[in-house]
Design a protein around this ligand. Structure first.
Ligand code: 5AD
Ligand code: SF4
Length: 474
């Protein structure tokens, strides 16, 4: 039996705060697999935080789990297809092992496909959209009580899920993420986010500050404020006024123990002068910014409904670099948006050369049903997209290698966040978000130490610790 839950619909906005009786699930294994953006990674952390007090403990392998949560991404077709192949594998495993297993699909595919997931993948018990995962405990309790019951919850509650989540957290270690804003009102032609994550909503600043304090108390040194459109943040401040992102960053930076601060993902349209100034004035704000541009062609930017030109983007980059001369940039690009000519694509290559990105993600345009670009004529052939993607990635790779090379020989503060791949090695991050591999003692975990960069590799750098003791300043 399938039931679409409506407990959090407009007609019944009262949050269910009483934890359901989960005594039958004490000490059970929970495996969460996450696809997609940092917001999904953050949501997965919060789901584990929420389920842990109810007896679900995280396990490292799906075979050891009593419940598997697949937190999904809908941004490109490939991401969606990965979910269905994973579900096929899970079904085969479940049948072969004959064990009891609860399977929940959460995230943006859950939101977009809803009941369709149950039709295509009978192994699934729960389908829960990104705005409804605070109700997972209750949904799990219902489906475990009634064998064969399947539930779908893709409602957008009137109360933000962030207000409904418990506050306990086991922490995320030295490098932590904190969601401050969710959803998007920009409606780029190609993008599903405004439909799967809904309208822009900002968390009250006091909630953000309280969560930042909890993260610091559990060992965080670096915090990244997250949002699909984070620089459109407009939350209510403790003073009753609306705070923008620049104001919020200043307040988070003032919390003792926050040594490093970042934010992502931003839209060029919302990169106002106050935020640019924040890069000059907040020492904790790291000199690295992810600012997607998508294309270097004005015609394509217009077709994408990006609401800015290539020149606007370059002006913002100049302002940012004037405010913070050591700022490095990364970006997102799409090749093969409907109507993209080879001249349009050349303009993208030119923009990449002009800006000199330290890193960038690039994707082939993927048709997303229901988005405006899906019904445009002049779709680009796959082989053309392939060829453009390869050329763009080569240009981006050259820029990234050149950037990494500029850091060789310098001494930079590195925040160590985990053990490295090789024995005796630690992994850390520079202020420019480069991954660093260093032979270093494990006592440096969660600490910042000065490291001389010795060599640049394709996606990382390596170096030597030069301070005898870890220092606390970035
Ligand atoms: N096809 C390809 N890439 C896309 N992105 C978003 N939607 C699509 C799509 N339909 C990319 C954009 C965005 C990043 C998160 O994913 O570059 O910035
Ligand atoms: Fe998608 Fe555009 Fe919103 Fe980014 S700004 S989430 S690309 S609609």
């Amino acid at each position: 039996m399938t039931i679409r839950t409506k407990l959090m619909s407009m007609s019944n906005p009262t949050p269910c705060t009483k934890p359901p009786d989960m005594s039958d699930t004490q000490g059970r294994g929970l495996y969460v697999k996450t696809w997609g953006c940092q917001m999904n990674v953050y949501d997965s952390v919060r789901m584990v935080d929420m389920l842990r007090p109810l007896g679900w403990h995280p396990v490292d392998a799906p075979e050891a789990a009593d419940m598997i949560v697949l937190n999904t991404c809908h941004i490109r077709e490939k991401a969606t297809e990965k979910l269905y192949s994973e579900l096929g594998r899970l079904r085969a495993d479940k049948i072969a092992s004959g064990r009891k297993l609860l399977v929940a699909v959460t995230g943006c595919v859950a939101q977009a496909e809803g009941d369709e997931i149950l039709r295509r993948a009978p192994v699934v018990d729960l389908v829960v959209g990104p705005q409804a995962y605070h109700r997972l405990p209750e949904l799990i309790a219902r489906t475990t009580r009634e064998a064969g019951l399947k539930l779908v919850d893709t409602d957008f509650p009137v109360v933000s899920k962030f207000d409904l989540l418990p506050q306990e957290t086991a922490g995320q270690g030295a490098i932590a993420m904190l969601a401050v804003q969710e959803g998007c009102d920009k409606f780029c032609s190609f993008c599903v986010v405004p439909y799967t994550r809904g309208a822009e909503a900002s968390r009250p600043a006091a909630d953000v500050l309280a969560e930042a304090q909890r993260l610091v108390a559990t060992g965080a040194r670096e915090i990244t404020l997250l949002g699909q459109n984070v620089n459109a943040y407009h939350g209510t401040g403790p003073d009753g006024r609306t705070w923008n992102l620049a104001r919020l960053l200043r307040a988070v930076a003032d919390i003792e123990g926050v040594t490093r601060l970042r934010y992502m993902t931003s839209h060029p349209r919302d990169m106002d002068d106050e935020l640019v100034r924040a890069h000059a004035e907040i020492p904790a704000l790291m000199p690295f910014l992810h600012l997607p541009v998508q294309s270097g062609s004005d015609q394509i930017l217009q077709a994408m409904n990006r609401q800015h030109s290539a020149a606007d983007y370059l002006r913002i980059v100049d302002k940012l670099r004037a405010a913070r001369p050591d700022l490095a940039l990364s970006s997102d690009f799409i090749v093969g948006h409907p109507g993209e000519t080879s001249a349009d694509f050349d303009a993208t290559l030119k923009l990449v050369e002009t800006v000199g990105f330290a890193a960038a993600y690039s994707f082939k345009y993927s048709v997303r049903p229901g988005t405006p670009a899906a019904s445009l004529g002049m779709q680009i052939e796959e082989s053309v997209k392939d060829e453009r993607l390869a050329r763009l990635q080569e240009a981006i790779g050259r820029g990234a290698a050149a950037f990494n090379q500029t850091t060789v020989g310098s001494v930079v503060p590195v925040l160590f966040d985990r053990a490295g791949r090789r024995p005796g090695q630690m992994h850390g991050r520079t202020p420019w978000l480069q991954a660093v591999h260093v032979t270093a003692p494990t006592r440096l975990l969660g600490q910042i130490a000065d490291v001389r960069i010795d060599a640049a590799h394709a996606n990382s750098v390596s170096g030597t610790v030069v301070t005898a003791n870890a220092v606390e300043a970035a």
